[in-house]
Design a protein around this ligand. Structure first.
Ligand code: ASP
Length: 371
């Protein structure tokens, strides 16, 4: 299907999972920035259901019709939409694979990619894609909005236009300014695997508490080259597929009891656990707690310690309460976000690594997710 906006046109491909996108090849000689938009759903494209009043994903035409300003960007834009756009709460690794495959199949044809996505799980998708994309040298900018694009006060139009500009931006050497998976939301561009949704209300919905912003959006977009990711080799881009979902969170709280902890640790198939701990990586000092963790580690379960605090790092040996976890064989997640920690575990197990290899890899950065 093609939609024409005066001299500007957008090709829309509504594709099912694993279907290759077809390109309009006569545009490849063009010197305009070439951007592929991937529409997965989310509030940005939602409409109110007349009966229930609830917001539901809607199709891409609706979204584009509501952003007439897009035609003032002198870009060649193609788009791909999920056959059934989703609320991002329904996102899962199959969808990540679908997005990754579209990027892989079109990597050489476009200067950059904009992924339209719901905010609820955007940080998980950004983290997962950042691990899957090896040696990436092009921008994958994920954005969405708090208010649907058809609403008068929507933040969606601004976010979409800015995301397209970021995806098209070049540095002084004519190389893509952004060469990583990033989240663009309202005033900031963040590294995707460092981001967390921190507000369900604020237009600045994302935060990256352990890593500086990649760019500030104001009258212009001021990029911070010194904090941007660059692949440190000349190997080609590749996508590593495979996510193992045999993972879980254990969120600690005062009063957590042995039955619950042991029940979770004995879940059939469990391979990896992200334990959200207090402060700088501390947990209950009760002997049963440490014993239960040690038994799980000895069985081959990888337990990663991340802090419930947004800012700062796990320092497992600072207090006895953290040291005990370290002694039980729990590994440090350093300054990982919990979204990055769980998707990294899924990714590493999904690559076929054994528990010992995963433990080593968890403590090394893959794509700038930890210091
Ligand atoms: N529930 C929506 C989603 O994540 C929220 C949003 O897009 O802001 O799809």
């Amino acid at each position: 299907m093609q939609i024409y906006f005066g001299i500007f046109h957008i090709n829309i491909y509504i594709c099912a999972l694993k279907h290759a996108i077809t390109m309009n090849t006569n545009k490849l000689g063009s010197r305009k920035p070439r951007i592929l938009m991937i529409y997965t759903g989310g509030t940005i494209g939602m409409k109110e259901n007349a009966e229930t009043g609830a917001l539901e994903p809607f199709d891409f035409n609706h979204l584009l019709e509501n952003v007439p300003r897009i035609k003032r960007l002198d870009y060649d834009i193609d788009s791909y939409q999920f056959e059934h756009p989703i609320d991002s709460s329904a996102m899962n690794p199959t969808h990540w694979e679908q997005i990754a495959r579209v990027v892989e199949e079109n990597y050489d044809k476009f200067d950059g990619f904009v992924v339209l996505h719901g905010t609820d799980t955007m940080a998980y998708t950004a983290s997962a894609l950042s691990f899957m994309f090896e040696n990436i040298r092009k921008p994958v900018v994920i954005t969405g909005s708090q208010l649907p694009i058809g609403e008068v006060r929507t933040d969606g139009e601004e976010n979409l236009i800015t995301a397209l500009q970021v995806a098209a931006a070049k540095d002084e050497n004519d190389e893509p300014m952004v060469q990583e998976v990033a989240i663009l939301f309202e005033d900031y561009l963040w590294r995707g695997n460092r981001s967390t949704k921190h507000s369900s209300d604020n237009f600045n919905a994302f935060k990256s508490s352990n890593y500086p912003r990649l760019a500030k959006v104001g009258l212009g977009i001021s990029y911070r080259r010194e904090v941007m990711w660059r692949a440190n080799n000349d190997k080609p881009f590749r996508v590593n597929y495979g996510m193992d979902t045999n993972v879980a969170y254990l969120d600690l709280f005062p009063g957590i009891n042995e039955n619950i902890v042991r029940h979770l640790l004995s879940a059939p198939g469990l391979k990896g656990l992200v334990m959200k701990t207090f402060g700088s990586g501390n947990g209950p000092t009760a002997p049963w707690f440490r014993k239960a963790l040690k038994e799980a580690v000895d069985k081959g379960i990888v337990i990663v310690n991340v802090s419930q605090c947004e800012n700062g790092s796990v320092l497992p040996t600072r207090y006895e309460a953290g040291f005990g976890l370290d002694q039980a064989g729990v590994i440090s997640g350093h300054d990982l976000t919990s979204e990055a920690a769980i998707t990294k575990l899924m990714f590493l197990f999904g690559q076929g690594l054994g528990a010992d290899e995963v433990k080593v890899a968890m403590e090394h950065s893959i794509s700038g997710e930890m210091n």
